[in-house]
Every structure is written in C-alpha cells, then in structure tokens.
Design a protein around this ligand. Sequence first.
Ligand code: IPM
Ligand code: MN
Length: 357
Amino acid sequence: MVYTIAVIRGDGIGPEIVGATVSVLLGAFPGAFEFVDVEAGLEYYRRTGKRAEEGWLEKLMEADAVLKGPLETPKEGGFKSLNLELRRELGLRVSIRPFKSIPGISPVEGLDLVLVRELLEDVYSGVEAEFPGGAFALKIVTVEGTREAASLAGEAARMREARVTILHKSTVVRKADGLWLRVARETLEGMGVEHEDMLVDTAAYVMVKEPARIRVALAQSAAGDILSDVAAGLVGSLGLAGSAMIGVRHMVFEPVHGSAPDIAGRGIANPSSMLLSASLMMQYLGQRRGDERIARAGRALEAAVLAVLRSGCRTPDLGGECSTMQFANLVHGLLTGALGKKKGEKPRRSGRSLRLR
Ligand code: IPM
Ligand code: MN
C-alpha cells in the first residue's frame, strides 16, 4: 500500500527537521509513501501575505496522514493560530504523546508514559468573555469528547498491556470533572481495559517522584498541556518528544516543541522529535489500516532513533556535535542495515525486511 502523506514543513527549524525525516522515510522505506507539500505558516505569510496556500485544509483532508513541522503564531497578533484551526477543522480531538527515559540523556530513569490528552474542550474551548472588572473562560466537558479521548487511551493501554490512569479534579470541579471521570470510567469498562483514577496534582507529584508508575495517562486539555511539558523535561528535552493528533477521520503527526527560530537554518536542529512523530504515524496507519508491515517499520524507526541517541551522536541541544543530517543518516543507515556490521561481516540483511516493496 502506498500512503499519501501531506507535509507541512513549517517555520524556523521546521524545514530542516521535516526535510531530514522525509529523506529517511524515502530512503529506508522506498515505495511506501507519496509526499504532497502543503505551504503554510509565518514564513509563508511574510512571503505571500497569506497564512496558508489556497485549499490547504482540503489537501490535508485528502491525505492518509499529515506530517507537520512547527508553525509559528506571532505573539503580536493579527494572525490566527494555524495550529488551533487545524485541530478544529480536522476534528483532531485527541493528542497522544509518548515519553520514554533514554539512558545517558534523561535526568530520571524508567519513565515510560503515553499521555493521552483531550484537545478541544476544557478551558481551552475558547469560550471566553470579559465582564466589568474581570473575565472568564468556560471549562466545557462533553460526553462525546470524553469518550473519544478515553477510547484512544484504552487502545494505547491495550497496546502496552497497561492500565489507564484517569486524571481529574472532581473533588473541586464537581460537575465538569465529575462527568469526565464517570464517562471515562464507563468507556474503559466497556472496552474491558483496566483503569484507576488520580487527582491531577497528585499525578504531577507521582510523575516526578516515581516516573515508572503511570503508563497511560488520560488528561483534559489544560492539565495535559502542562503535564506533557513536565514529562518532556523528565525525558531530558522537548526535542525528544513526538506526538500524534487523532480525529475520527484525520491524523496529524508533529513534534511537541516549537519552531526554535534562534537556531534555524544552521543545520543543527535535533530531528528526533520529527522522526519519532513519523514513527507514530506509521504505527497509527498500521493500526487503522490493518497493515502490520507499516506498523512494524514504524517501531523499527523508533528503535533506530533511540539507538542513534544512545550511540552518542547528538545534536548541540543535547550537548553533542552531530548535525541534523548526520543524525538522520545514521538512522537511515541502521534501518537499511548499512551500519552496525562487524569487521568482515556482510551488511545485515535484517534491514531488508524493512523494505516495504
Ligand atoms: C501544545 C501547545 C498548544 C496546546 C498551543 C500552541 C495551543 O502548547 O501542543 O502543547 O496547548 O495544545
Ligand atoms: Mn503545550
């Protein structure tokens, strides 16, 4: 099967890390993907006066998945966030972010967490208003949104043979978090997935004190936003976190970090988060299309990225001297079996099985 992937290269370091990732995918999995570029972002806006090319959303919707670099939203305003529009227009209701300690890099050992976060509701619903002397933002929680997030958490728990930890603050936000907790429990029970619940502040403490404890966390939008940066800090860098945003019809894969304009264009950006996002893309394509080969290749891509990180080839953000492309080339080499052979040995053939055609 050839998958059509819409590619947004994005702003800042985006074009470099997306370019490196696309070249690894083309080289290591020939014939598996067809890439369609879609232009959008701040840099595109400065060039053309438009935030995104004509028909950009349609192009994204037609693809099997979207691989996306960071898109910058200017702080000075006058430019609506493309990131948020994308989530709403494509119905990307749930984000999935895996975090795993890497020996020699992470300040803590044993963290191995998938954070599943509802994206469109909670205080991030955008329902806000001012009143004389103040302002409010509404915390919206719906049955449908909760169910969708809980069922993706349930799937993630099944895949890793773990239980789901439902995060909430229903002791204070009785109605909204009460509904969240009840519907999440019902959904997971319906799926036959083991679960527990934990107050969200306790969860923040547990994540830091006992990093191995929570394996799949189900969080609302605001708490999930904060905890995913905490988890990235425990792994050692935002530059190591890939993510998926999943809706009923569409899927977008992107790094958790921003566009890092200060180091853009120097060839030194860390492509790990983008490569790990691509690995997630392959695993979710595999799961949704019942294509075990692409899922397996996605897991191999993740293993290769982690192996290169452990081998010591690291970009300057991690204290190393590797360039973006040196890193990507090592990942490519591991996947195709061109690396890792001992003296006198023939190139490993295992790499061949990764070729999808
Ligand atoms: C993230 C970001 C976004 C979010 C912002 C840019 C809206 O912080 O993806 O974590 O809060 O979801
Ligand atoms: Mn965030």
